[in-house]
Design a protein around this ligand. Sequence first.
Ligand code: IMP
Ligand code: MG
Length: 180
Amino acid sequence: MEEVTYQGMTFEPYIRREEIAKQVHRLAQEIKRDYANENPLFLCVLNGSFIFAADLFRACGLHDAEIAFIRFKSYEGTQSTGKVKEIMGLDIDVTGRNVLIVEDIIDSGITAAQLRKELDKQNPKSVKMVSLLFKPEALTVGKAPEYVGFEIPCKFILGYGLDIDELARNLPDIYVLKEG
Ligand code: IMP
Ligand code: MG
């Protein structure tokens, strides 16, 4: 794996596809066990989580699982704007459902907190969250996801669905911004 360049910045290899696959598999086992007799609704938060959600949803192999999509945007370049824009709303009713929010990464927690608040208005039976990546030191609002693939420090990363200004989502591995 080699370094990659986007927007004049250099990124170095950080998490290989084999390691990602291993954690996706582990998370799928836990979710499969916890939702075995349920009809869970996976709620994929676009755009970043589309690749993770596709891999996780298949790996869970739950007979009665459903998936829906919602779209939020909070990042510009390598920085959070501190505000969350809802670009595409939820078009289904989650009343009485077991909702599993699928996120690529939890950073400040603002997106997740806003989404949980919106879902709660519809009285779902349960709301839990799975995030491939979690930056615990960056969390300012809400709580840690119930299921986490990797805990990472406060560094900007991309690949496997994560972007820099909409680019780099198609990289099969995850890269980190090189410092210095
Ligand atoms: P939060 O609302 O601050 O928790 O940020 C959530 C969203 O910001 C994530 O779902 C990502 O789309 C984006 N994000 C946060 N950290 C990164 C990163 O390191 N690289 C790329 N996108 C990120
Ligand atoms: Mg996201």
